[in-house]
Design a protein. Structure first.
Length: 533
């Protein structure tokens, strides 16, 4: 950086190259960095901030951190840079407030403050901004009320936002910025700093030591090629978290999605969700549904992973919305009966009655599948149109009798008690690894689906995000599929076993040095790397 001897580590080098490339390309630096614990990102950001402040005139550099110790630590970096500069290039420092602010003779200044100060940034234009550990910020006021309006967007300016995952109020803002950057919405570039890219995050094995891997570790080896030394470090770090693997993932995630856990309130087990995450993939085909017919369209709203096969039975669970483009989505989830494999997903904004025609088209395409539309509110309009053009509709039944009794009502009516039935059954299916999903949208909603309580103590369910349409369609679909599986449900004995997905064996993984090490010198990898076993 031209200030002090700087030896960037394995994650700082690509960040530095990317920052300089962006500066050359768009004339400014905009980075948001999602990171593991202690990879040196604050040092990296302070290096860029020092370079701009010490060597350029009239630069206001502002750093905001979540607590006083972090404020002191980051300001100490700037102190060290200044003290170690050569006298030939070192500007004078006419004003200095230890631990918080320095003003230089080139009319540039550096200020480091806490996020709880709601007046942060007020009354000044900020040319270099560094937000540290944003997810731990306990106050959101500084972001919207004073910090963001003070940021300059002129050429040469710098904005670096970085954080490890956490549950404090700042987490929602940081996640939104990350996801916007990943979607290429704006100039900000997204970076994920992986812990396994840092050589210090490993522990050497003792002479003759071999690791016996569990299912999760075998999966990590297959997907991320972790070494035995890295796995040993991971085990020791999890012990520091008192065996809580979810807390480890919070600080040392393998993927962006893995870190965002809502520990006490999350409905679906985080470990099972991460197994499902490994299955996500783009659809094989997309269709637009118009006038009761399917037309193949790469941008279509109907995504298909498995096309219908003769002789197989399919079910459709439908969540109904009013059609407002800024509101909820009308969603239909299609699953195969018996295996609970996701076959297709429809997600679109349209009016309730036309949605009935769309559901009919989906049902006909999937072997005259049984359809269960939610009939609350506007869902009754969808049902009204559906029954005019389609016959195989789920019949509501009473479940509090010796033999569940069919009623005269069509569709699924969601109430507090029936929603609890949906949730309990879906939790069981996910926990027992009795389903496969491929939709990223559905997976995101499952991950954000939480349990809450009213003031009277009543249990409620909702998503942390804006929508729960896919998760409702999913839960309705697999529940009505189970209701209609009479041979399994009413055997008055042990439920019939459902076939599990075929084992996933990586042929390229056999006969490797790792397999020999992990399996006592054997060259055959017998234990399949499979999150389902």
């Amino acid at each position: 950086m031209g200030l002090v001897p700087f030896y960037p580590n394995a994650v700082q080098v690509p960040l530095l190259h990317a920052a300089l490339a962006q500066l050359k390309r768009i004339g400014k630096i905009r980075q948001i960095i999602f990171k593991c614990r202690q990879p040196g990102i604050s040092t990296f950001a302070s290096g860029i901030g020092g370079w701009k402040t010490f060597f350029f005139d009239n630069v206001n550099t502002f750093v905001i951190a979540h607590d006083k110790p972090t404020v002191a630590h980051i300001f100490g970096m700037y102190d060290t840079m200044y003290d170690e500069m050569s006298p030939e290039v070192q500007p004078e420092r006419p004003y200095y407030n230890k631990g918080s602010e320095m003003v230089l003779s080139n009319r540039s200044r550096i200020h480091v403050g806490e996020a709880k100060n709601i007046n942060v940034g007020t009354g000044r234009t900020i040319h270099v901004a560094h937000g540290s550990e944003i997810c731990r910020w306990q106050y959101l006021d500084p972001i919207g009320e004073s910090l963001i309006p003070a940021l300059s967007d002129f050429p040469g300016t710098v904005q670096i936002w970085e954080s490890t995952a956490h549950f404090a109020p700042g987490a929602d803002w940081f996640r939104d910025r990350c996801e916007r950057a990943m979607a290429k919405d704006g100039d900000t570039e997204y970076f994920f700093v992986q812990w396994w890219k840092l050589p210090e995050y490993s522990i050497p094995l003792k002479k003759g030591e071999k690791l016996k891997l569990d299912t999760t570790e075998r999966f990590l080896v297959k997907k991320y090629h972790l070494t035995p030394e890295q796995l040993k470090w991971r085990r020791e770090k999890i012990k520091e978290f008192k065996g809580d693997e979810d807390l480890f993932k919070l600080s040392y995630p393998m993927e962006y999605e893995e870190a965002w856990i809502t520990k006490e309130s999350q409905v679906f087990a985080h470990s099972r969700l991460m197994e499902l995450y490994a299955m996500l993939r783009p659809p094989k085909k997309r269709f637009t549904i118009t006038e009761g017919r399917l037309y193949e369209n790469p941008q279509g709203e109907f995504s298909v992973w498995h096309e219908p096969e003769p002789g197989k039975v399919y079910f459709v669970g439908a969540d109904v919305a009013e059609g407002n483009v800024d509101g909820d989505w009308s969603v239909a989830e299609v699953f195969e009966q018996g295996t609970n494999i996701q076959c297709a997903e429809y997600r679109h904004h349209l009016l309730p009655r036309p949605y009935g025609e769309v559901l009919a088209a989906i049902g006909r395409y999937y072997n005259n599948a049984q359809i269960a539309p939610e009939v609350n509110d506007c869902g009754r309009s969808t049902l009204e149109r559906l029954r005019e053009v389609y016959q195989n509709i789920y019949i509501w039944r009473k479940t509090d009798q010796l033999t569940p009794k069919l009623t005269q009502m069509l569709g699924w009516e969601t109430s507090n008690s029936s929603k609890r039935r949906l949730v309990d059954y879906a939790v069981e299916v996910v926990w027992n690894r009795e389903c496969q999903i491929f939709s990223k949208t559905l997976w995101d909603e499952l991950r954000q689906f939480v349990r809450d309580y009213t003031e009277t103590g009543q249990t409620t369910y909702h998503t942390v995000g804006n929508f729960d349409d896919c998760v409702m369609g999913f839960m309705i679909c697999i529940k009505v599929s189970d209701d209609e599986n009479f041979g399994k449900k009413y055997a008055w004995g042990r439920a019939a076993e459902q076939p599990k997905p075929k084992e996933i064996v990586d042929d390229a993984y056999r006969d490797t040095e790792w397999a020999k090490l992990m399996h006592g010198g054997k060259s055959t990898y017998e234990d399949t790397v499979n999150p389902w076993d």
